[in-house]
Design a protein around this ligand. Structure first.
Ligand code: BGC
Length: 384
């Protein structure tokens, strides 16, 4: 049985009983409106700097509607996503920097691919069969987002591109023992900017020893297109009846808790700020997406009335970490000098659940030799 099939069986087994019982603000193209814009779709490459003796590039993906997404192969990171607001003004809807230096200063995973295991593994320990593995500890005695030098801090390989199509494929070989993980893991991430302003992210991976894997993209969105605003007025809808409560170290207790009657119920759209004060520290929780199988489905929408922008999130993953930028404290500044303050971005990290390797009731994140890991997430932006 493939990991994905196993996941849907396990998820059904967990949830069914519960149901029964209970950047810079870019001024690029400022004078043009969305409707009079017809751009040449494709991809261009410029040098972005040097890391570990390797040249790092910035890839600019443009679609015919003029949306522009920039991606660097340092961390396979989305640095900018310029899209129009309801007045046609084009600004970036993700937090990022326009130079490599911003990323080398270790911002909290802005736009990066995180892995080998995105999110937390308690005490950095897990077992596969009789073997215990100990991972690098980088978050209050726990392992977070792949450790000290995770996928977000690696230089990824990029295959030659067809410059008339806005698609870029990045690959990385994570060696046996890296950050404590077993097995040589080859991972590829393909970003496609679609004609209807979707950023599709496709993940593929294979290993030569049993390992655990949970890769995601860690973009922080601010749909106002101006990170001097908070995201507290954005309205969020999450198709989720359960979330995974956490302890003080943000490690899941193992319980799937009903959202009904709590500040975690986003089945009806709610402003982020409406109940955030009732959630100590702010939202930083994994939501179990309502779904019967692992096909690509819409799980989350976010709207911002001021800009008219709407973000839709589609995924094949069973969960999503909704994080409201609680740890941003103004100490990091954008390329325009404006600080990234608390709640100036939100993340929707599509994923398997945190600490799954230690939670036998959660969908498995085990990947075995011979299996092909495949996962898709798409973020799509539109104006209303
Ligand atoms: C985590 C937060 C963490 C942040 C770092 C999120 O995915 O859930 O707890 O602080 O990443 O940027």
């Amino acid at each position: 049985m493939s990991m994905r099939h196993l996941y849907s069986c396990i998820l059904t087994a967990i949830v069914a009983p519960l149901i029964l019982t209970a950047c810079k603000n870019s001024d690029e193209n400022k004078s043009q409106t969305a409707s009079d814009m017809t751009a040449k779709s494709g991809i261009t490459r410029t040098e972005f700097g040097t890391v570990d003796g390797k040249t790092v590039y910035l890839y600019s993906l443009t679609n015919a509607k003029g949306d522009l997404v920039k991606i660097t192969n340092y961390g396979a990171t989305v640095t900018s996503w310029v899209s129009p607001d309801k007045n046609g003004k084009r600004t970036s809807i993700v937090l990022g920097f326009d130079s490599l230096a911003g990323y080398l200063a270790k911002p909290p995973y802005f736009g990066a691919i995180v892995g080998r295991y995105g999110n937390r593994i308690a005490k950095g320990k897990f077992k596969i069969g009789a073997d215990t593995y100990t991972l690098a500890l980088n978050n209050n005695g726990n392992h977070l987002h792949g450790g000290i030098k995770g996928f977000d801090k690696q230089v990824w390989e990029v295959a030659p591109e067809n410059d008339s199509i806005p698609v870029v494929t990045l690959s990385y070989l994570s060696k046996d023992g890296e950050e404590g993980y077993p097995g040589n893991l080859k991972v590829t991430v393909t970003y496609t900017l679609t004609g209807d302003d979707g950023l599709k992210i496709e993940y593929n991976a294979e290993t030569d020893k049993p390992t655990v894997l949970n890769v995601t993209n860690h973009s922080y969105f601010n749909l106002t297109g101006d990170h001097s605003n908070t995201i507290l007025d954005h309205k969020v809808m999450i198709k989720s009846d359960y979330y995974t409560p956490v302890d003080s170290g943000l490690i899941p207790t193992g319980e799937l808790k009903a959202v009904k009657g709590t500040p975690f119920d986003f089945n009806t759209p709610e402003k982020i700020g409406a109940r955030i004060a009732q959630v100590p520290g702010g939202y930083d929780h994994n939501f179990v997406l309502n779904r019967a199988d692992s096909s690509l489905q819409m799980g989350v929408t976010v709207t911002d009335t001021a800009s008219g922008r709407k973000l839709e999130v589609f995924t094949t993953e069973p969960g999503v970490q909704f994080y409201t930028g609680n740890f941003l404290d103004g100490s990091i500044k954008g390329s325009n000098g404006v600080p990234f303050n608390k709640n100036t971005g939100f993340c929707l990290e599509t994923q398997h659940f945190p600490d799954s390797p230690n939670q036998p009731k959660f969908p498995t994140t085990l990947l075995k030799p011979g299996e092909k890991f495949h996962s898709i997430t798409m973020y799509r932006v539109s104006v209303q």
